[in-house]
Design a binder for this molecule. Structure first.
Ligand code: C2E
Ligand code: MG
Ligand code: MG
Length: 550
């Protein structure tokens, strides 16, 4: 309290103003204040501690936990998760981080899966297959008893499906094939897609080869069942190569290559079959591969030539047609006949451009012979099954006729029985279209394959060429002669003309003449020869001397 008058004893005077405070209330106040401060401090400390505890619980710990987990996640340990109660913002942050980690983990799993599996069929891919194979190699070496087998499988003419029905159907077919192959496996075996239409299987714990052949048979059987894909009925087959692990010290890659080589052999032996690898195949395979390389260059370097072999009418004794037969002037190996390279041309699709080239060359040549005084002369050109897989074949033929000016009636297409019975409906359709152009169609090598007469009238054939194998024995074996006689009579009753191939002797010719054969072809008259030489033969119109039968 301030007062001007009441001056406390002992108080010093300084001027006029004296301050006097009643001590007791002041002390009480100070005490109260002190207490209050103490309480406040205590409360503040308590609250502070509470806040600190709260902050530590709800912020620092979680943040530390978050930081720890983030560090571990960033170090690739994607199993780590933050466990913080939901609710607070920090909890949300933790949730986000956890779901991010889930996402990362899923992505990582997917990437790992994708790296080892084929995206279309979900089968193991080449990498995983190699891994399993390496594992099997180690195991077989360790255990030392059972062996394993690698099956290499390639779908025959898969390209045809893609080309004719589109890639979407091709993909569906591959998925279906994958499913079927999985059904052929025993537990513990692996089937993988190596790429394209190539699959591989690893069969472990094999004790005898019969187990492998049984599986190979089963694969063939199960693949041959028709596929119904979006209104298409598709029939397929596979060529299979098998390599066994028996006492060999081979790498996984070597074993796959061996199985691949054996598969290639199966293809060249007529497809839809299996072959076991044997070491001799290597030499053959590498020489075949060399031939394939050379063939590709042959197209570029124009090393193909067309030879012509005359067909002689038994009515007139004159050359009425020639057959165009391809030859390859190989730079090192000399002149090669189609038997050496035709299978590769067909297998690799090179037959498509080469076949077109033969047609073009033969038609041009025949037109020039016609113009040179043989207006009726016909030309026969061979066609492979592969060429019937291109739907534009009739258009291609029409174009060649237009370009060369050759009349369609003087062109004959030769197809073998194997072409005819394959993909029946489609082949018949294409043949009918070709026939409508006016081009003649002959059934070549009749008797070398199925020798079935039942289907002959379903195709637009005008001519039947009896295979050389029929003609060969006719003069030695009366039964063979009876067969040719029957074939000729039957063909005539179906209004087909008959050509006998491979006539090499006068006796054969005489007998065929007696049997009423229409035309003959063979070394007896002429081998296949270059165009120039054939032109000379054409001048000598009468190939069968008048003095004889005709
Ligand atoms: P092919 O169409 O049956 O042709 C007849 C084959 O028999 C020819 O063999 C011919 O040289 C041979 N030959 C003819 N007369 C006789 C004979 O009296 N005795 C013997 N031993 N053989 C005879 P080449 O020229 O080697 O042709 C083989 C096959 O290759 C042909 O059989 C044909 O299927 C195919 N070919 C030939 N050229 C072509 C072509 O341009 N395109 C296609 N797709 N195939 C062709
Ligand atoms: Mg022919
Ligand atoms: Mg023939």
């Amino acid at each position: 309290m301030l007062a001007g008058t009441a001056v406390r004893v002992g108080a010093q005077r300084f001027g006029a103003l004296a301050i006097g405070l009643p001590l007791a209330p002041l002390e009480a106040k100070v005490a109260a204040l002190r207490n209050q401060g103490l309480v406040t401090t205590m409360v503040a400390t308590f609250v502070g501690t509470l806040i600190a505890v709260f902050v530590s619980r709800t912020i620092t710990h979680p943040i530390r936990a978050l930081t720890d987990v983030a560090t571990q996640l960033s170090q690739g340990d994607l199993d780590q998760r933050v466990s913080i109660g939901a609710g607070a913002e920090i909890g949300l942050l933790a949730d986000t981080m956890n779901s991010m980690a889930d996402e990362l983990q899923n992505t990582q799993k997917k990437l790992a899966y994708d790296a080892l599996h084929d995206g279309l069929t979900n089968l193991p891919n080449r990498t995983l297959f190699l891994d399993r194979l390496n594992h099997a190699i180690k195991k077989t070496k360790r255990v030392g008893e059972n062996f394993f087998a690698v099956i290499f499988l390639d779908i025959d003419r898969f390209k045809l499906v893609n080309d004719s029905l589109g890639h979407a159907i091709g993909d569906l077919l591959l998925i279906e094939i994958a499913k079927r192959l999985q059904n052929c496996l025993r537990p513990g075996d692996t089937v993988a897609r190596l790429g394209g239409d190539e699959f591989a299987m690893l069969l472990e714990n094999i004790t005898e080869t019969a187990q492998v052949t049984r599986i190979a048979d089963r694969i063939q059987e199960i693949l041959m069942q028709p596929n119904f894909l979006e209104d298409n009925q598709i029939f397929i087959s596979a060529s299979i190569g098998i390599a066994l692990s028996i006492d060999e010290d081979k790498s996984a890659e070597d074993i796959i290559r061996d199985a691949d080589t054996a598969m290639y052999r199966a293809k060249s032996q007529g497809k839809a079959r299996y072959e076991f690898f044997d070491p001799d195949m290597h030499a053959a395979a590498s020489s075949l591969m060399q031939l394939e390389v050379d063939l590709r260059q042959a197209i570029e370097n124009q090393e193909f030539i067309v030879f012509y072999q005359p067909l002689i009418s038994l009515e007139s004794g004159r050359i009425v047609a020639t057959e165009a037969l391809i030859r390859w002037q190989h730079p090192n190996r000399g002149l090669l006949t189609p038997g050496v390279f035709m299978p590769i041309l067909e297998e690799t699709d090179m037959i498509i451009p080469v076949g077109e080239w033969v047609l073009q060359t033969a038609c041009t040549q025949n037109k020039s012979w016609q113009d040179a005084g043989h207006p009726e002369l016909r030309i026969a050109v061979n066609f492979s099954a592969r060429q019937f897989e291109i739907s534009y074949l009739p258009d291609m033929i029409q174009n060649v006729l237009d370009e060369t000016g050759l009349s369609p009636e003087t062109l004959e297409l030769e197809i073998t029985e194997s072409v005819a019975i394959k993909d029946r409906e489609q082949t018949i359709e294409i043949l009918n279209a070709i026939h409508e152009i006016g081009v003649g169609i002959s059934l070549d090598d009749f008797g070398s394959g199925y020798s079935s007469l039942s289907y002959l009238n379903k195709y637009p054939f005008q001519k039947l060429k009896a295979d050389r194998s029929f003609v060969m024995g006719i003069t030695d074996d009366p039964n063979e002669a009876a067969i040719t006689a029957a074939i000729i009579a039957m063909a005539h009753s179906l209004k087909l003309r008959v050509v006998a191939e491979g006539v090499e002797t006068k006796e054969q010719l005489d007998l065929l003449y007696d049997q009423d054969c229409d035309e003959v072809q063979g070394y007896y008259f002429s081998r296949p020869i270059p165009a120039k030489q054939l032109a000379a033969l054409l001048q000598n119109k009468q190939l069968i001397p008048k003095t004889e039968k005709i």
